[in-house]
Ligand binder design. Structure first.
Ligand SMILES: [Zn+2]
Length: 335
């Protein structure tokens, strides 16, 4: 897993462990239908979330110049105690007074600021742009809607003036500045092995096998899902219908865009081929269903051919501008 900043991740993990000792057993839930049974599960979940956010943000940021819907991000996600099944236990374990803390820190946008204020997982946040988010109404448990509202406020604030002010648990205020990224939220769902893209979000189940793969191969599958969003496949399928051929065409495009998205994030475009070869033999009957997707060996061939095209653009110009040079299989809708 080289290149993931694992020294930093290990430091974060160490901090979480020591801050949370002794480890009580409690049930936590990020969303109403999701459950982690122990503190160790929670920490494992948070580590995976951190990896997903870092990889996702690297892709979204690297490809921002080519995304029609780029927007600003600070590369930070929060967590809300109201979303858990036993909020008091989680609050105690994390040492919070209120309900909000940093869940993941992307660690790319402004490392110096992140370091200066130690904006790391579990750090308490009490206000966003002066709005006292603890005062916002929420159900006592298993309510994820308030957290979405807070993330929406962060995005709206960045869209407004490019910055957002956070008030930390100790009362200090810190202003974070947005950087452009393709507009997609990355979400880890506890339980489940699936990956999906719905136009605005890319969501992975925490049991998704790709978390165990080398970083660039995991990035390849994140790129596949991000491709669905940046190519607006959900909108196209809604308009054209979800026939087998239509789905297959969108899947092929998402596969072929993988090496482009990887290249712009600094990854080897051929990692997409390696992902297919590792994934395919075991899982091709899972999320990549047989009737709507080509066989994994065919998919690996398409992707390998595309990776060569990407490599040629990289050698010639140093960029892989898919907004200009990617050959579409479907006719985009236009606006
Ligand atoms: Zn897909």
């Amino acid at each position: 897993m080289k290149g993931l900043g694992f020294v930093k991740l290990a430091a974060i993990a160490g901090m979480m462990l020591s801050a949370a000792m002794p480890a009580p057993v409690f049930a936590v839930s990020k969303q109403a239908d999701n459950r982690a049974e122990t503190l160790a599960d929670y920490q494992a979940f948070q580590m995976k979330d951190q990896v997903l956010q870092q990889v996702g943000l690297k892709l979204a940021r690297g490809n921002a110049p080519y995304c029609a819907n780029a927007s600003l991000t600070i590369g930070l996600t929060l967590t809300d105690m109201a979303g858990y099944s036993r909020p008091d236990d989680v609050r105690t374990a994390l040492g919070l007074k209120g309900d909000f803390a940093v869940a993941t820190a992307g660690g790319f946008a402004q490392d110096s600021l992140m370091d200066a204020y130690q904006i790391v997982p579990d750090l308490e946040i009490t206000a966003v742009d002066g709005a006292k988010i603890n005062d916002w109404p929420a159900k006592k448990r298993l309510d994820w809607r308030r957290l979405k509202r807070v993330h929406d406020l962060v995005d709206a604030s960045l869209a407004g003036n490019g910055e957002v002010a956070l008030t930390l648990g100790g009362g200090q205020a810190v202003t974070l500045y947005g950087v452009p990224a393709c507009a997609t939220r990355f979400e880890l769902k506890s339980g489940g092995k699936k990956a999906l893209a719905d136009g605005a979000r890319v969501q992975f189940g925490a049991e998704f096998p790709g978390f165990a793969y080398p970083e660039d191969e995991f990035a390849a599958v994140v790129a596949h899902e991000l491709a669905h969003n940046v190519l607006e496949h959900r909108k196209w399928l809604n308009a054209k219908g979800r026939g087998r051929r239509a789905i297959r065409a969108t899947e092929r495009e998402a596969d072929r865009l993988m090496p482009w998205l990887l290249a712009n994030a600094g990854y080897d475009p051929r990692a997409a081929v390696r992902f297919m070869e590792r994934w395919g033999p075991k899982h091709s009957k899972g999320i990549f269903r047989a009737r709507t997707h080509d066989g994994w060996d065919e998919r690996a061939e398409f992707v390998a051919a595309e990776a060569e095209i990407v490599q040629a653009y990289l050698s010639a110009s140093g960029t892989a501008d898919w907004s200009q040079h990617f050959r579409r299989d479907i006719a985009p809708l236009g606006d």
